[in-house]
Design a protein around this ligand. Structure first.
Ligand code: GLU
Length: 376
């Protein structure tokens, strides 16, 4: 039977595919080290686990508000100046929030400008909404605002910004974000800001959010996540902060999609917000140390720009590609020879690179780099 064109033209997630692939290899007894999936190797904090268990014990197992638990939305709204719970929608991870955003703002043929390289799901989500991704290359992983300006057409609906960036770890300076904000206002565009890694910024650097630029808040939709900061990837909780009419439209979509996000899990998310920042600060320091360690090893092998945030390195491996080889072939060769999994840059729209996640345990990081060095 023929499937809908919509799904035939959409590719499965090129990062998520590593989850079953690596599980399978481990089941076969292969000593695989994953530096592929963007997942921090920390425990979920005890207060989150306890609050989730307590919610289960209280039978918080029923349907709940499709926009998210009111206490959770109130706590989230409190973190964004001038926001009310009506500005917040809780989703099954910020991945689903981004899907809902494009469904809500894109008509068929609408263009969404996406700086490259970019996370694997953005373009597919835009396409699923009938929109067209328009890619603009970054310069040394930083925004090329002139090129983004030149890419705006009568069909442009939105500009997507992802800082700290996955896969490069770049953090965009306030002046560039201010220029993007001006551009969006001049052309009446939405701004979508994926801030899944906003706390994980290193060297005492401040991460400017587009939300800090007050003038754009009526056209800005921010997504953030509990996954990375609180090591809650399997909980699937993220959220969007949006103008009230956009948020209400997304809740209408949610009402036909999943209904509420798992009720007892949202109690765990609320407990995460009630924790002080001590654990996050400690984890950020640990990640900075791992960033330094990983950067030292990787830059001894390949040219690499030092990441300022998130937990990825995105080295240029083109000098190690055999004739005709892509970064996908290179990553496959490294996996085959060394049992170390990394994600090909071509999956993020930038061949000649690979993405290396450094949020792994330190002994695994060191072992992985030793194996890769040996193979090269
Ligand atoms: N966001 C993570 C990554 O880039 C997890 C997998 C996914 O959802 O893409 O690896």
């Amino acid at each position: 039977m023929k499937l809908a064109n919509r799904i035939q033209t959409v590719e499965g997630s090129k990062t998520a595919r590593f989850i079953p692939l690596l599980e399978d290899l481990k089941r076969q007894g292969r000593p695989v080290i994953s530096l592929a999936i963007g997942e921090p190797a920390y425990d979920t904090p005890a207060p989150v686990i306890d609050a989730t268990k307590r919610a289960l014990d209280r039978q918080e197992t029923r349907y709940s508000d499709m926009a998210g638990l009111s206490d959770l939305r109130a706590a989230l709204a409190g973190r964004f100046d001038g926001c009310r719970p009506e500005n917040i929608v809780v989703f099954n991870g910020s991945k689903q929030a981004l899907y809902a955003i494009f469904q809500t703002i894109c008509d068929p043929g609408d263009e969404v400008i996406i700086p490259l390289p970019c996370w694997v799901s953005f373009a597919e989500q835009v396409k699923l909404a009938g929109g067209e991704p328009v890619f603009v290359h970054t310069k040394d992983h930083q925004l090329n605002v002139d090129a983004i300006t030149a890419a705006v057409t009568d069909s442009t609906r939105a500009i997507l910004i992802n800082s700290p960036n996955n896969p490069t770890g770049a953090v965009y300076p306030r002046q560039d974000l201010a220029r993007i904000a001006r551009l969006a206002m001049d052309h009446n565009l939405f701004l979508v800001s994926d801030e899944a890694y906003d706390f994980f910024v290193y060297d005492n650097r401040h991460c400017t959010s587009l939300f800090d630029l007050e003038a754009v808040r009526d056209r800005l939709i921010v997504t953030r996540s509990f996954s990375k900061h609180y090591a809650m990837t399997g909980f699937r909780v993220g959220y969007a902060v949006a103008p009230v009419d956009v948020a209400a439209a997304m809740v209408r979509l949610q009402s036909h999609l999943t209904g509420n996000v798992c009720t007892f899990v949202q109690h765990g998310a609320l407990a995460a917000l009630e924790m002080d920042d001590g654990l996050l600060i400690q984890r950020r320091a640990d990640l900075q140390r791992k960033r330094d360690l990983a950067f030292e090893h990787v830059s001894g092998l390949f040219p690499c720009i030092r990441p300022q945030g998130a937990f990825y390195l995105f080295p240029d491996v083109s000098g190690h590609l055999n004739r005709g080889e892509t970064s996908g072939d290179f990553a496959a060769r490294i996996l085959e020879k060394t049992e170390v999994a990394v994600v090909p840059g071509e999956d993020f729209g930038m061949d000649g690179h690979v993405r290396i996640c450094f949020a792994a345990p330190e002994d695994q990081l060191l072992d992985a780099f030793k194996r890769i060095r040996g193979a090269l």
